[in-house]
Design a protein around this ligand. Structure first.
Ligand code: PMP
Length: 412
């Protein structure tokens, strides 16, 4: 296999945690779909703000606050460039993808939907993408429609057309599934949705960290992601929204810094994005996210995606050699493998991985409707990122072999 595209040894030096152990074993971190490790440059950027530039933003009448504001707004510019948004005002900082997705549902959905309107979702959604619209549908009387997944669990344009109608007002779907690692045909779906006057909200929590994104090319109306899944700190994420839509939407949180004029009976709001950033924003987090974006861009998203995919291919080969493993997403093109060891409950298997120093996820992955579709209570998930190596895949395979051996005959 080819690991020449990235200088992994050099990259691993950037992540101090990789020198740690777990249960006395070298740490093998294969849970980047849940959150990623942080390079030193991100920690340094957050520390720089905390130790040298601490002050509040947008309210300063002194140099320190102007410096902090510049760092914070500089991070917004980096997100804008990362997504190729038209303008910086289209980027709202949030505490993560979940808050961004809820913002769209509550601010756009609650105000624009009426009984009988249709919202298209899928069983492939993370709860953070799906539940906000389930709530909005319950409150407004709108109807949720599910794109039927194809036999391998993909969202296809053909199946999307089966649920699209002139009543469709919103399409809320993932760009990359956190369980299956499939890439959804967002551009084609968006074009079709726009033909009937619907807006499209994309959950890109598993896409932005791993591939180049161009919101102008996709033409989606909203796109949400989290910083912590792309080497940034926890507690920060962003919502991209087309400016004319964002600026026509009501805030959902009220407080300091989002107002224009406050009266006793009514008040007016700042323009987007500030009307959505009530209170002191995630200053340190946004600055850390900016550093993470610089870091990933310097390495290259195409190179990262290729590396993850190659690791996945290698791991799949080895799992197939082992036998007795069910793979749920054989044809994914990203760095995620969802699988189970036949006859072994994923939570039992997880104890073996843990003892071997291997971090993999076991559970329903906040995607219970998909577990229903797969007819599984839970699955195991290994997810790769730029710092993972072929040797770590070998350790993962060895742990899988031990898990198979240990539980063989225990239950069956
Ligand atoms: N959508 C997807 C596809 C995800 O994988 C996740 C995180 N697991 C989220 C949304 C929610 O992200 P966060 O918890 O960072 O808000």
């Amino acid at each position: 296999m080819n690991q020449m595209t990235l200088d992994i040894n050099r990259i691993r030096e950037d992540f101090p945690i990789l020198k740690e152990t777990m249960n006395g074993r070298p740490l093998v971190y294969l849970d980047s779909g849940a959150t990623t490790l942080k390079p030193q440059v991100v920690t340094d950027a957050v520390n720089y703000y905390n130790t040298k530039k601490t002050s509040n933003v947008h309210r300063g009448v002194y140099q320190l606050s102007n410096d902090a504001t510049e760092l914070y707004e500089g991070a917004r510019e980096k997100v804008k460039n990362l997504l190729n948004a038209k303008k910086v005002e289209e980027i709202v900082f949030t505490k993560g993808a979940t808050q961004a997705l809820n913002l769209v549902a509550q601010s756009y959905g609650l105000y624009n939907l009426k009984p009988g309107d249709e919202v298209i979702v899928s069983e492939l959604e993370h709860h953070s993408s799906f539940l906000p619209w389930q709530h909005v549908a319950r409150v407004t009387g709108a109807v949720l429609k599910f794109i039927p997944l194809d036999e391998t669990g993909h969202i296809t344009v053909e199946n999307f057309k089966k649920v699209l109608s002139d009543k469709t007002r919103v399409v809320a779907i993932n760009y990359v599934s956190n369980v299956m690692g499939y890439i959804s045909p967002i551009k084609e779906i968006t074009a079709l949705a726009h033909e009937v006057g619907a807006i499209v909200s994309v959950d890109a929590a598993q896409a932005v960290p791993h591939m180049k994104i161009d919101v102008q090319d996709l033409d989606c109306d909203f796109l949400s992601f989290s910083g912590h899944k792309m080497c940034g700190p926890t507690g920060v994420g962003a919502l991209y929204g087309k400016y004319e839509l964002l600026n026509a939407m009501e805030p959902i949180e009220f407080g300091g810094e989002m107002i224009d004029i406050v009266g006793e009976v009514t008040s007016t709001w700042k323009d987007a994005p500030y009307r959505f950033e009530a209170g002191t924003p995630v200053i340190a987090g946004a600055i850390g996210l900016g550093a993470a974006i610089d870091y990933l861009q310097a390495i290259g998203f195409d190179e990262i995606a290729q590396h993850e995919y190659e690791l996945r291919r290698y791991a799949l080969e080895k799992l197939e050699e082992l036998g007795g493993i069910t793979i749920f997403n054989k044809d994914a093109k990203t760095g995620i493998i969802s699988f189970n060891i036949d006859g072994v409950h994923p939570h039992d298997a997880a104890t073996i991985y843990d003892a071997e120093g291997v971090c993999v996820r076991a559970g329903h992955h906040c995607a219970q409707p998909l577990m229903g579709w797969l007819c599984q209570p839970a699955t195991l998930r290994a997810s790769f990122y730029l710092y993972n190596t072929k040797e770590e895949v070998d350790a993962f395979i060895e742990a899988t072999r031990k898990g198979k051996e240990f539980f063989d005959g225990v239950f069956f």
